[in-house]
Design a protein around this ligand. Structure first.
Ligand SMILES: CC(C)(COP(=O)(O)OP(=O)(O)OC[C@H]1O[C@@H](n2cnc3c(N)ncnc32)[C@H](O)[C@@H]1OP(=O)(O)O)[C@@H](O)C(=O)NCCC(=O)NCCS
Length: 294
């Protein structure tokens, strides 16, 4: 068997990457709403490739860092790889070094498929918490709740910076979305709305639609405006907008520890549907950053 070599991504490798991710079993794709091809088109973060001779046998990519955190977005291994751990270790080394140099201190992974589980601990990842899914079945929407001085308007491309500001104020570092990801999410959203309180933006929601189900992908309220009904208004207004399209079912994901958001969803008929996904985290050692940068 030929030796393993690891190289950074170049555009000319796109076809090999697409083949590897489409044709093999051990693939982790956490690209939100994009497919691999589209994701590569907007790639602004590290992607490393493992080769045996001319053959691509593995790859590992992270998301654009936000506030010192990146997510492992794409991992793939050729079915013929005999030592998956070895290939993953070889990919993780340059990837984590590059992330450290870019100021990343924490790497997270949403474990969408079980094949990855045994390999995570040797890479330095440990279980953090679960993401839970809640589902609201096909019944009529609740009455939209009016709040005085609150207006809801449909987001346009000129609002993206406002969404980023609200998102980063509302979520802890690990859960903030980059501007690139927010713009992409907005581009493919079905209903994306901004709440204005006396013309000041105070919250937004972004929902997608797949066949006859809506998915509330993001709901964020400025901390100073929380607990004044903004989240309730954004949620009930979004449900009403979908209802006008004859869509009554909606899903949402949130952290198991995010009790406040779960209370809001439960109040409007959402129940947990058992589709929970574990999040793993690796904290990168700062001392390696120094070594890597030297
Ligand atoms: C979760 C989140 C969206 C809720 O938004 P919000 O605007 O605070 O929600 P609301 O004000 O409508 O409701 C929150 C609470 O305030 C209460 N409330 C609403 N209006 C109120 C008012 N005028 N006076 C007093 N309390 C009020 C609600 O009854 C509710 O109480 P509960 O938590 O005991 O059930 C917001 O906390 C947030 O942005 N969190 C960070 C990001 C996040 O977690 N997003 C969701 C994950 S997907």
């Amino acid at each position: 068997m030929s030796l393993l070599t690891v190289t950074p991504y170049l555009r000319k490798h796109r076809r090999a990457i697409e083949d590897l991710t489409f044709q093999h079993y051990r693939v982790h794709t956490h690209l939100d709403w994009q497919n691999v091809e589209d994701w590569l088109n907007t790639l602004v973060s590290p992607l490393w490739l493992a080769w045996q001779g001319e053959r691509l046998v593995g790859l590992m990519a992270a998301s654009e860092p936000v506030e010192g955190t990146s997510w492992l977005r794409l991992i793939a291994l050729h079915d013929d790889v005999l030592s998956p751990q070895n290939v993953l270790n070889e990919l993780w080394l340059p990837l984590s070094t590059e992330l450290l140099r870019g100021g990343v201190r924490r790497v997270a992974l949403l474990m969408l498929r079980d094949w990855l589980k045994p390999y995570l601990s040797p890479l330095g990842f440990a279980y953090d918490e679960h993401i839970v899914t809640m589902f609201r079945g096909g019944h009529q929407p609740p009455q939209p709740v009016p709040v005085s001085n609150l207006k809801i308007h449909t987001v346009t491309s000129t609002d993206i910076d406002t969404l980023v500001a609200i998102d980063h104020a509302a979520f802890p570092a690990m859960w903030r979305m980059s501007k690139t990801d927010i713009r992409e999410a907005w581009r493919i959203s079905a209903v994306c709305t901004l709440a204005l309180h006396e013309d000041t933006p105070v919250g937004y929601q972004l929902s997608t639609q797949a066949q006859d189900t809506a998915h509330l992908a993001r709901l964020a309220v400025q901390p100073s405006a929380q607990e004044t009904g903004v989240g309730t208004v954004l949620l009930t207004d979004a449900l009403a907008r979908f209802s006008r399209r004859n869509i009554h079912a909606m899903t949402v994901n949130t952290q198991a520890s995010n009790v406040r958001s779960q209370r809001l969803y439960a109040r409007y008929g959402f129940v947990r549907n058992g589709y929970d996904l574990p999040v793993y985290i690796a904290d990168l050692p700062v001392s390696s950053a120094r070594t890597a940068a030297d």
